[in-house]
Design a protein around this ligand. Structure first.
Ligand SMILES: Cc1cc2nc3c(=O)[nH]c(=O)nc-3n(C[C@H](O)[C@H](O)[C@H](O)COP(=O)(O)O)c2cc1C
Length: 354
């Protein structure tokens, strides 16, 4: 283990510098337990969960492991209602409703994805996870102070050097450098310049040079070669998402699993059609026809609601047309292992094959 890795292992109280990325909807208690018992850090996304559900999942994890865990929250701006924009989006989706024979009007109600707030702080004070990670920036200062007072170490994602410096200044204990290869939502929060996204190879060393806190590399890392490369660039740890989707513990449908398994790197792209915010997915029909970057899409996460009935109507018939297949560029490197086996395999960063 490198000098940098030792610093983060000590900081987070883990044994190997492998972090299983929070992945909304796909992470299970079993996945986190497997990663934790293998010495890594498992992350539970909690923005879509109610307090009771979060409590139950954390209690389940705590019953089976005494190792540290991370809770993850989104820090997006609460969207302002924009009825005209929402109506225009609904109009664009209407032909799909007709095609699928959906009688009802496209839904306008919001998918529940709350931004980090005071109630989350209260929950963190009760549950006291060892680590709290954020995406889309950080909460306001007074809330961040409450999180810090729980004793949790604080992480957040940066997609540029400027964002990394901002996060360090705001008091992050370590920074996740999220390269453009990464699956799921871009963590971008200072500006949304889509054409200027930076790859992991260029981003990690420049953030390492710019900040004093440990840097965690994320994006396109799915096997020990990627881990070795990240360490060579100065990263102290890696955060891996897509590769964990192939674990038996992942909560993904057989249809999604099959589509991700077949995903070639050139088939993933960054789109805003699913939620209103740029995210890397494996291309499907809706992305091809409305995107990848659609204009005048309702703000995150409002774009998602009218799409949900389309997915619900088509997925049972084996169609991925309206599915958000969140996926990074390195999907095809992912082996099918348990979460514990994957953590151990990744931590053996010198080996090339199983
Ligand atoms: C299915 C999926 C869902 C994700 N959801 C979240 C999330 O809820 N919170 C978060 O901080 N990052 C999320 N991410 C991004 C990851 O934290 C990480 O940046 C990314 O997975 C790293 O790239 P990789 O997928 O190539 O390993 C998600 C990624 C994927 C693939």
């Amino acid at each position: 283990m490198s000098f940098q890795s030792q610093s983060i292992v000590d900081l987070l109280g883990i044994e190997v510098p492998i972090i299983q990325a929070p992945m909304l909807g796909a992470v299970t208690a079993e996945m986190i337990i497997g990663v934790a018992e293998a010495g890594g850090l498992g992350s539970l996304p909690a923005s879509h969960l109610g307090a009771e559900e979060t409590r139950d999942i954390v209690a389940k994890i705590r019953r089976q492991t005494s190792k540290p865990i991370s809770l993850n929250f989104l820090c997006h701006e609460q969207p302002m209602a924009n009825p005209e924009q929402e109506e225009a989006w609904v109009q664009r989706l209407r032909p799909y409703y007709s095609e699928l024979g959906l009688a009802s009007e496209p839904s306008r109600s919001s998918i529940q994805l709350s931004t980090f707030g005071s109630a989350h702080c209260t929950l963190l004070e009760e549950l006291a996870p060892e680590v709290v990670s954020f995406h889309f920036g950080l909460p306001p200062k007074h809330l961040l102070k409450r999180v810090r007072n729980t004793g949790a170490k604080i992480l957040s994602s940066a997609t540029t050097v400027e964002e990394a410096e901002w996060l360090e200044e705001a008091g992050c204990d370590a920074i996740i450098a999220q390269g453009l290869e990464a699956g799921g939502h871009r963590g971008t929060f200072l500006r949304h310049k889509l054409d200027a996204q930076i790859g992991t190879m260029a981003l990690v060393p420049q953030i390492v040079d710019a900040v004093k806190v440990p840097v965690i590399a994320a994006g396109g890392i799915a096997d020990p070669r990627g881990v070795t490369a990240a360490f060579a660039l100065g990263a102290a740890a890696v955060q891996v998402g897509t590769a964990f989707l192939f674990c038996e513990e992942a909560n993904i449908s057989p249809l999604c699993r099959k589509a991700l398994k077949a995903a070639r790197p050139e088939q993933t792209l960054v789109t805003n059609v699913f939620t209103g915010r740029p995210a890397r997915v494996c291309e499907t029909r809706i992305v091809r026809e409305l995107g990848p970057i659609a204009k005048n899409v309702p703000a995150f996460p409002l774009a998602a609601s009218p799409l949900a009935p389309l997915r619900a109507a088509s997925e049972p018939h084996g169609s991925t047309d309206f599915m958000p297949l969140w996926c990074g560029q390195a999907a095809r490197l992912s082996p099918e292992l348990s979460a514990a086996e994957l953590t151990i395999w990744l931590s053996k960063s010198g080996e090339r094959h199983l």
